[in-house]
Design a protein around this ligand. Sequence first.
Ligand code: NAP
Ligand code: ZN
Length: 357
Amino acid sequence: MEATANHTQIVTGWAGKDSSGKVAPHVFKRRENGPEDVTIKVQFCGMCHTDLHYLKNDWGITMYPVVPGHEITGIITKVGLNVTNFKVGDRVGVGCIYASCLNCEFCEASEENYCDQVQFTYNGIFWDGSITYGGYSEMLVANNRYVVRIPESLPLDAAAPLLCAGITVYSPMKHHNMFQAGKKLGVVGLGGLGHVAVKFGKAFGLHVTVISTSPNKEKEAKELLNVDGFIVSTDPKQMQASSRSLDYIIDTVSAKHSLGPILELLKVNGKMVLVGAPDKPVDLPSFPLIFGKRTVSGSMTGGIKETQEMLDVCAKHNIKCDIEIVTPDYINDALARLARNDVRYRFVIDIASKSRL
Ligand code: NAP
Ligand code: ZN
């Protein structure tokens, strides 16, 4: 049988067709709702910088046409025969992970993100051999294993970016035991991922310092996000004054940069986690590492169980993303603004706006 023989549902979405970094309306097909699947009417989809990397083919792995979007929230409209954990009308989310092998040690531990056969929600290859298309689209079919529940107290729009930005910072923060009140956290890059890292830090009582290339973000960061410190990374004096002051750093920067000056901000034995994914290698000089016995590690999104846990933590601590809602006809303007670092702090597409009118 051809990979897409049961892909009979026609869906409207928005796709990039070349490396211009733009999308255009796109009609494509999704599979029928299988026994383990749920069908989701997409309400909102966050615009992650990863979407831009894929649209522009920054990493050289884009399969066009690409329908981006992995910060998806919506309402279930159909459930498969074997689905017991969801019902029609449920408020749910889908993040970066769309399929995995289900058998390896990582899948068994719900660390599907580290399965070596993990497939993403877009630009991935599903079990049936079809290419996956993401949430810049009106409807999604997903295996229930990779679907999470959005807590009632979280609005579907401000919760959407938690499905990628939220879990991507929550997972390493938890793994490295960063949720300790009084410890000093540095967040490099105050964008989509960065602003959620700040919110987790503040919710768990950490002293949070933003390290930013944008002096114009300082006032708002202090007044609205309640950050305790703000360092302009392009000012060597400010950087020097904060040398050896931080216990942990999360680096969310989307472009090539040097980790050297940032590592100097860590105390001896301090830990840095890199979650930003620039297309070119970052500079990692050895001296700041060896002189401070510092550690640099990486982390990729989070597993499904942990994503649900993160959402529940957000509900408990009332953590919502700061978003700018846009309609689908504004996606290209929003992408251009995201590329020039002009967003506070996440664009969220109101996918269902047309049908809600
Ligand atoms: P974003 O909203 O664009 O934020 C990135 C921030 O990086 C910007 O707000 C800016 O902060 C800073 N920045 C931008 N250009 C810079 C430069 N040339 N030098 C230094 N700083 C710069 O992006 P995002 O959606 O948070 O994503 C950030 C990165 O994480 C992307 O590369 C994305 O692909 C990656 N990502 C990784 C994972 C994972 O699983 N590891 C998951 C999602 C996303 P300031 O203005 O404060 O300097
Ligand atoms: Zn993302």
